[in-house]
Design a protein around this ligand. Sequence first.
Ligand SMILES: Cc1ncc(COP(=O)(O)O)c(C=O)c1O
Length: 459
Amino acid sequence: MPAFPLEPFRIKVVEPIRTTDRAERERLMAECGYNVFLLKAEDVFIDLLTDSGTGAMSDAQWASIMRGDESYAGARSFYNLKEAVDRIFGFKHFVPTHQGRAAENVLFSVMLKPGDAVPNNMHFDTTYGNIVARGGRAENLIADVAADPYADTPFKGDMDVAKLERFIEQTGPERIPLGMITVTNNAGGGQPVSMANIRATAEVYHRYGIPFFIDACRYAENCYFIQQREPGYADRPLLEIANEMFSYADGCTMSAKKDAIVNIGGLLCLNDDDLFLRVQNELILREGFPTYGGLSGRDLEAMAVGLWEGLDARYLAYRIAHTRYLAERLREEGVPVVWPPGAHAVFIDARAVLPHVPQERFPAQAIVTALYIEGGIRTVELGSVTFAHRDPQTGAMVYPDLELVRLAIPRRVYTQRHLDYVVEVVKHTLDHADAIRGMRIVWEAPLMRHFTARFALVT
Ligand SMILES: Cc1ncc(COP(=O)(O)O)c(C=O)c1O
C-alpha cells in the first residue's frame, strides 16, 4: 500500500509553470520591495502563498458553470446553493457574499459599535481588521498550548474556555455583541478545534446571552480531524459531524475559497430573523441582491457542487495526508515545523531557524524572501509583519507568540513531486540560515500592512 492515499482524481487540464533563474528572482524581489504579495504570479514556480481561491475545480464544477442562471433575483443557481447550504450548515437564513471578508464586513456592520469587543480563539487578519476598522476590539483567547509550536496535542486550536469566561466578566456581556471561534485556526498553524470545545464555547457565550458565530472557512477539514481524533466520532459521517458543529452556533461566516474549493465566493449564515433583515439591507447596499450577493449565477453553482466535494471523505483523507507528507519530509530533514501539522498548510517556526534575528527584524519575512530567491517558491509570513500591533494604552509594539512561515497547499493542484522539490529548496535555504540577517520596513499601511508593505534587507 502507498504511504498515503493516492490522489482520488486524475489530471484533465494542465497549466504550464515558468522557471526563472536566481539572478532574475533577486531582481524581481528587489523591484517589489521584498513583498511576495507584489510579485507577478507568473514569476512564481510553486505558489504556496495561500490555499484561498487557488484550488483546482472539478469537471463537475466546470460543468455546473454552464448551468449558471444569471437572473438578477431568485435565480435557480441560488436555490441549488441553498440546498447544499441548508443540508450542511442547517441555519435558518443565509446570503452568498463575494468572499469571507465581505461576510465579516456585513455581519460586523450590523452588529458592532465602536468600543465593542469580539472574542475568538484566534482572529484571522481580515476578521481582526474588520473589527478594528469599526472601532472594535478583537480578542484572542486561545488555549496556551497553541503558543508551543511542538506540543503534540490533537486539538491545538481550542479556545481557553476559562479565559473566555473571565474576559466576558471583565468586559461586560453588553459590550460583546457576538463571539466567535475559527475552525481550523489558520492564524495559529491551521490547528483543529474539538467538538467538545465548540460545545463548551457555545455554552459560555449563550449563558451570557452572546450570539455565537463560527468562522467556518475550513470547517470540513476540521470535521475530518474530529472524526479521526475525537472519541465518539470515528463512525460518524462527516455530514453529521458538520451538522452537529453548526447546531451549537447562531450563525457562521465562510470564505468558500477554502473548503468549498471555488476561486471566489463566501457565505453568511444565521438564525435570527431580525438580524437577517438588517443583513439583507446591508448586503443590498454593499454587495448585491440577497440571492446573488456580489457573485454571478455560475459562481453560485460551482460553490454548491464544491461544498459537497470539499466534505467528501476520500478527498479529505488524501488532502490531510498530502499536507502531512510535506510536514514529515521537512521534519526528516531537520526543519522545525509546527507539530502536529494542520490540514491546509505546513508552518515553519522562523524563530527556531533564525534565533539570531529578533522579531523587530521580521525573521519569518526574511525566510519567505530567501525561499523565493532560492527556488521560486512563494510562501507567506504569519508573524510580526502580519500580527504585531501597538498596545492602545502604552503605544508599545506587541509581538505575536509565534513567528511562522506558512506553506499553504492549494487544493488538488500540486503533486507529490512538487512537494519533494519544496523540501529540497527549504533544506538548501535553511542550510545557509546564518547568512540571513532580517528585514526592515520601508513603507507600511496603517491596517493590514502585510499586503502592501515594502521592505529592505538588513545586511
Ligand atoms: C480563518 C479565515 N477567516 C477569514 C478569511 C477571509 O476570507 P477571504 O479571503 O475569502 O476574504 C480567511 C482567508 O484566508 C481565513 O483563513
